[in-house]
Write a protein that binds this ligand. Sequence first.
Ligand code: AMP
Length: 454
Amino acid sequence: MQKFIRNKGKIEEIKPFKSKNGKVFARLRGMKDVLPDEYRYWSLISKKINELTKTYGYKRIDTPILENAELYERSTGKTSDIIAKEMFSFIDKNDDKIALRPEGTPGIVRSYVEHGMFNLPQPVKLFWLGQVFRHDKPQAGRFRQFTQIDLECIGEKGPVIDAQLILIAYNFFKELQIDIMIQINSIGCSECRKAYINKLENYYKERGNRTKLCNDCKRRLGKNSLRLLDCKEDQCIAISADAPQIIDYLCEECKNHFVKVLEYLDEVEVPYNLNSHLVRGLDYYSKTVFEIWPIDADDSNVEVSRQLALGGGGRYDGLVEYLGGRPAPACGFGIGVERVILKIKEKNIPLKDDDQADIFVAQLGDQARRKAMILFEELRRAGLQVRQDFSKDSLKNQLEVANKLGTKYSLILGQKEIVDGTILIRDMESGIQEVVDFKKIRQEITKRLNNEIK
Ligand code: AMP
């Protein structure tokens, strides 16, 4: 796409940078630059999630982007799309098979086990925000490098945790003014799921259903049969419509757990949709699984919503033990930050500018610039919200910057003020300027700002 710029009244095309040998560099396919303008959205999201995690007692954790590929193969599962099709993995210089993190949970659980976090008071509640890599086909809302917020609660089996995690996700979206619907299901434990999968496989094999399935599903049948339920191909959706539902096969414990989760959600008025086709497709899930789908005001295209889910998660009671830890039931979810930003932009949700400042320090002439630099540091150290643009010589240009930043006052130092030992305070709204003794400027400006707050 061509891009244009206005230069001295003329419209000119922006040409991509070319090095001396003519090579033009561009970012890799499916990768994204986050430019300064977009950072407003990132700040908003991190502020909101920091606030929520603090309230609900989730502590920040970071894990490396690179891990042993086997960690993901064992936990996420070799037949899952994430591992079978999308993981970025390679052999490093030590002949080890390494992977760029394709999802957050396995690394967090590895860290829990490796650092003996089972010795801490349980449950351990962790919050993670980091980069995720999947070699998927890029399209709107689907990148090869993206960012996830992850909350994981390890060491507690009670259904209140599942409900509370869903509540946190719900609050996150509601408070960002994004309309969502929670899709929820239970896929039972390894015991009751066995009987169900048997039934399911028989269903797909009978009445010629199998021949009508897409090639992926034909391959999955018998290996990861649950996945057939959430296949996005039309012919598979049609066949799956009448498939047996797992809810009817849950054991007593799984059923009670699920009912309790739903009751808690009802109690705190979190709306949800019971979705018997939601399975999540990763090996480690058990009992509760859920996804967060956007609701679009203009259409209710279920397919688009589920393909562009904003988040998803569930319970994974066996994973900690499977990765070598003491048995510890757990539950968590992930939210895709880029998709949240797309939603905020799409809906034109107004953003508060948190870069607002009170004071701008302007100067005219080199001597004034030196004195202004010292004043700026003094005001900054005193904790005042102060801004400057010392590279500019013209006062007009500096005041334009001050206006853009929305500062209330500009402090102006010129040659005359230097000689007189004074400084000008300009009220940016009224344009009225007053001469003040330079030595008293800090007191004077603080007084004015305090008066305004009152
Ligand atoms: P998943 O672990 O696949 O359930 O992903 C959790 C969330 O991450 C999804 O609901 C999306 O919001 C986000 N996500 C997953 N894949 C991508 C992708 N390729 N690009 C951008 N966001 C993604």
